[in-house]
Design a protein around this ligand. Structure first.
Ligand code: PMP
Length: 349
């Protein structure tokens, strides 16, 4: 009987009937096999679905230790959320899936209504993936000069794209989406990621809880870049509730003309409604050149092929770590991989 008890303690299933009958017969040969359902339960219960759903793979990303970089800072552990592990390849799966989930539940997104939003990249890819998987149409406004890789990915998922003037940047795309939503209110659900509370709530309920759990509550610093600001705002709000002593640092491009795709220079851009500057203990300005250099270091020293904003995130972490005297557990977010930036010239410079 003892092996059967051990098997149960280990969470293995056993053939109780045969085990007991062996015991009754006094046999020493206990068989540990799968629990055999009776005829009644076989008929009543459908077999559980195999595999995992695409949506269930969003979030719960790994928290990576930057082994080589950490040797520069003996008392600081820098850790990064590897957001390219999301099925759409970026951190934006989190916000997009929450926006879509709420819109489907409330009926704002339904048969005959298309999701409309402005995006220069990752959110659009996330919407396009979800639209294909959950069967709704997706219309995206984006500047015409976004990289060919992005255009191809969106086409591959079957999304419709409305191109806007390159010189107007992402703000031009936002204005276009606003006009279209106003002109055709019945045709579109305007997701408006920059104003939608689901954008920051995805991180409040997801990213922050994951960081707290993955560091066993030992996180002392959170450092993250600002685009819609959803990642920083949502994660910071929850981490400060869990421990008000955690220092939270936001990162922005150091000029309006920058190469940090996905990030906003708040002083000159249309400021997202969800942005709350008062949450940050500090804000640091990051140069595009420093981010490029950090991306190359991450590839060549850590074996991590990450996107440009992840390079900016590392530069911010290093700036904070250099000033620290005591021990620290610093967590950042690496929003995507290098896949969409491989044609950039900086790799060869
Ligand atoms: N990096 C990249 C590559 C992004 O696409 C985004 C989203 N715009 C961000 C960083 C910033 O994330 P958030 O919108 O949550 O501020």
């Amino acid at each position: 009987m003892l092996p059967a008890i051990f098997a149960l303690l280990e969470g293995r299933t056993i053939d109780l009937e045969s085990t007991l009958s062996h015991k009754i017969r006094g046999s020493a040969n206990f068989r540990l096999t799968r629990l055999v359902p009776t005829r009644a339960t076989t008929a009543a219960k459908a077999a559980p679905a195999l595999g995992e759903s695409l949506l269930s793979r969003i979030g719960n990303t790994p928290l990576l230790r930057l082994e080589k970089i950490n040797t520069q800072f003996p008392s600081v552990e820098i850790l990064a959320k590897a957001e390219w592990h999301n099925p759409g390849g970026s951190v934006k799966d989190r916000a997009a899936s929450r926006i879509v989930g709420e819109a489907l539940r409330s009926g704002k997104l339904r048969e005959g209504v298309a999701l409309l939003d402005a995006t220069s990249g990752n959110t659009g890819i996330a919407y396009a993936m979800l639209g294909a998987a959950q069967k709704f149409s997706v219309v995206l406004c984006m500047p015409a000069n976004v990289s060919p890789e992005r255009k191809k990915i969106l086409r591959a998922y079957g999304a419709e794209v409305v191109f806007t003037a390159p010189d107007e940047g992402s703000d031009g795309a936002i204005r276009k989406a606003q006009q279209m939503a106003k002109a055709h209110p019945k045709k579109y659900f305007y997701a408006d990621q920059y104003s939608n509370d689901a954008t920051w709530q995805a991180h409040y309920y997801g990213t922050a809880e994951e960081i707290w759990r993955q560091t066993e509550g030992r996180v002392t610093h959170f450092v993250a870049t600002l685009g819609t600001s959803g990642t920083f705002v949502g994660t910071t709000r929850r981490l400060k509730e869990l421990n008000p002593k955690i220092t939270c640092v936001s990162l922005q491009p150091d000029s309006p003309f920058h190469g940090l795709e996905g990030l906003k220079h708040m002083a000159t851009a249309m400021v997202p409604r969800i942005y709350d500057a008062s949450l940050a203990d500090r804000n640091l300005d990051i140069s595009t050149e420093a981010a490029y250099e950090a991306v190359k270091r991450l590839a060549r020293e850590e074996g991590l092929l990450v996107g440009i904003s992840a390079g900016a995130a590392l530069v911010g972490c290093e700036m904070v770590a250099r000033e620290l005297r005591g021990p620290a557990v610093m967590v950042t977010v690496f929003p995507d991989s290098a896949d969409k930036y491989l044609s950039e010239r900086f790799w060869d410079e």
